[in-house]
Design a protein around this ligand. Sequence first.
Ligand SMILES: [Ca+2]
Ligand SMILES: [Ca+2]
Ligand SMILES: [Ca+2]
Ligand SMILES: [Ca+2]
Length: 423
Amino acid sequence: MKVFVPLIIAPLLLISTFNVLSNEDKIVVRNANDSGQGSLRAALLSGKTTVEIDASVGSIKLLSPLIVEDVKKLNILGAGQWIDGSKIVGNDHILSMKSIADLTVQGINFVGNAEEISQDPDKQVGGSAIYVGVPASFAQDLNVSLKNVSIARVGGHGVHVSDCSTGSICGGGNNAEGKGSSASIYVDLDSVSIRNVGYGRQDGDGFRVDERGIGSIYMNISNSLFYEAGADGMELDEAGSGDVVVNIDKSAFLNNGAYCDLVKFKNGSKCDDEGSPDLDDGFDIDEADEGSIMINLTNTDANHNYDEGFDFDEQGKGDIVFNGKLLEAASNLNEGIKVSEENGGSVRVLLSQLLAVDNNGSKEGVQIEEEGKGDLEVRLGKSTMIGGAAEKLKVEQADKGKGILKIESSNEIELDLKGVKVK
Ligand SMILES: [Ca+2]
Ligand SMILES: [Ca+2]
Ligand SMILES: [Ca+2]
Ligand SMILES: [Ca+2]
């Protein structure tokens, strides 16, 4: 039966309907069982928007993966419980979502079953703790928000948000493969810890976003730790039109990227990077095609990573704008900070109170390069770079364009300049 609603009161009715829905749209998890009434699995299958795990519920030991489909929005709110995925075998993820809009997870610790380092880098052993797959037809933006969440011991990525049709072989930069939806991806991380993940194969990152097609990656991170991932602590791969915009405060990327150093080297394997083990970074951004990289980092460290500490690459049209304050990059096996821009577009890097120590075997502590059309401007203030005989600041303007370096109130800065004037 059709009910006639006069137009003038229709908005009021809408509001009251939403209020009723928001109360009815919550389900409470009452026990730690794998399935059945009152369990987390049953709550996730109920279609409710908010799944709240009661504080009385203890560790939830899963017998099989949690899979959520066809939910427009999902909030999973825990009270510090463990979700134990140690019984999940094969390449299944602990929690996976397809055809979903927004995901919020709070107050939950995920633990997987990866106790050993897989010796075959070409074979995937283990999935992610959280996998969010964006369907190709998806048109609205996707929000992923994690707060007070820890993740450990999964063989794949700690978290994988994939807007990319080729799944695990999406890649980055000019080698980026796959197609994506028109959605942008928004990620908000507060008090998140991801550690000891990604040892089940080559390229298992702590936190990974693949963004293809139209759309950008927008990310806010605070009070978070990304450490001992087999590959990058965090990897953002963006291709197609769209930017990568990142704000990070009070966070650290420590001791990531060792996987290929821990397995026996085999020519032609996925770990073979032109004859050497393919090691990874603390924080890696690869942006391709139209669009820029814009990064604000404060109070953030990248130490003891097996490739670069911070590695930001921009290709195609677009600029790199990087502001960093109170950063530390120490004992990374390659550069502490590497910024490279190709093609049309400029680079502007402003670093203050940077401490770079013992990076890249006492060669470049920081390397910033600009190619193709565009200018280069680097400012360094109140900073120190220490390392063996010489830990250098390498700044290169490869083509025409302007190249300017300004250094103020800094110590022990050894320069290696090309096409750059010091002001
Ligand atoms: Ca997209
Ligand atoms: Ca882009
Ligand atoms: Ca670009
Ligand atoms: Ca350029």
